[in-house]
Design a protein around this ligand. Sequence first.
Ligand SMILES: Cc1ncc(COP(=O)(O)O)c(C=O)c1O
Length: 384
Amino acid sequence: MNLFDVYPINEVTIVKAKGSYVWDDKGDQYLDLYGGHAVISIGHTHPHWVKRIEEQLEKIAFYSNSIKIPLQNQLAEKLGKVSGKEEYQLFLCNSGAEANENALKLASFHTGRKKVIAFSKSFHGRTALAVAVTDNKNYTAPVNETENVIFLPFNDEDALEACFKKEGKEIAAVIIEGIQGVGGINVADDSFLRSIRSNCDKYGAVYIADSVQCGYGRSGKFFSHDFAGVSADIYSMAKGMGNGFPVAGIIIAPHIKAKHFQLGTTFGGNHLACAAALAVLEIIEEEKLMGNAVMTGKYLKDQLEAIPELKNVRGRGLMIGFDVPDELKDLKKNLLWNQKIFTGEAKPNVIRLLPSLALKKKDAEQFIDAIKEEIAALTSTTTE
Ligand SMILES: Cc1ncc(COP(=O)(O)O)c(C=O)c1O
């Protein structure tokens, strides 16, 4: 049997990982500034994370949600403490798309309404509702097409206001990434998020903060939406939550009440996933990783801003993007093959940095030296 060929693949096989480094099958070491697509939050194979999972595996890996699983309560308590949203309620699932799917469904149950506002360049996942609020027609199959989703321009307060004025009574939810990831590291303006909050309050809609990529401390705050100083009704999370162990969830404000069987899952919240997620939160807290994201992120951003060839350096914490001009279009590839550094990208010309939140200053320095060297090599060949 062959694999279903849905991804363009880099010709490299990673067999080992530690902290911010990975190694291929030939023994070559790579610096990982991609974090396996923003997934590695506390560093690859962190010893506490490995131990927590191993110990749990010896006891029990899975039983269904029909029984008490105290690890889920422990996780909810810890998540409340670390995120500062102690009064919220936790529903656990398995992936970012599933988290958003449940968030949107819950908003519709809660309001009894059908319409959702989403934004240009958004990415919320590939399941039915999540892809319907994703602004990329290539991912939307005919069966996903719906008239229930209204796309508005990102960061356009007037358009948002006008839409609510016209259809406010029909809007179930507004869904927005605090920093768009796949869309190219676009930061939602604080005032825009505040305007979403006030419109949702005025018209009775649910504010959903997609924190799948920009959450879990990556921005330097637990949720990047927190920079706006207002709370969302539902936050979705995944990627960094398990540091590579598949676990996801939504946290739900207290005024939204649970009803039996409206949401559900077989695997979500299993013992092993909870152990992995608890280990992540323990390390985020113990090693002060949000502080490190602020500090190392600032260093990286300052250094990148000082490189004249790179345009529009943006982002928060350790979620950074910049535009690469046409003559440097091979930069990402050259960083990988010449410098052995993984970075992320966003089409057509953005390099994204999504490293572990434990990235050390010396690793950031190595990257800055490497990128300067590759830019110099590329500009000298284009001017020759
Ligand atoms: C902002 C955002 N939401 C949702 C998703 C979907 O997550 P998953 O791939 O775990 O379904 C992603 C994945 O990249 C994402 O970046």
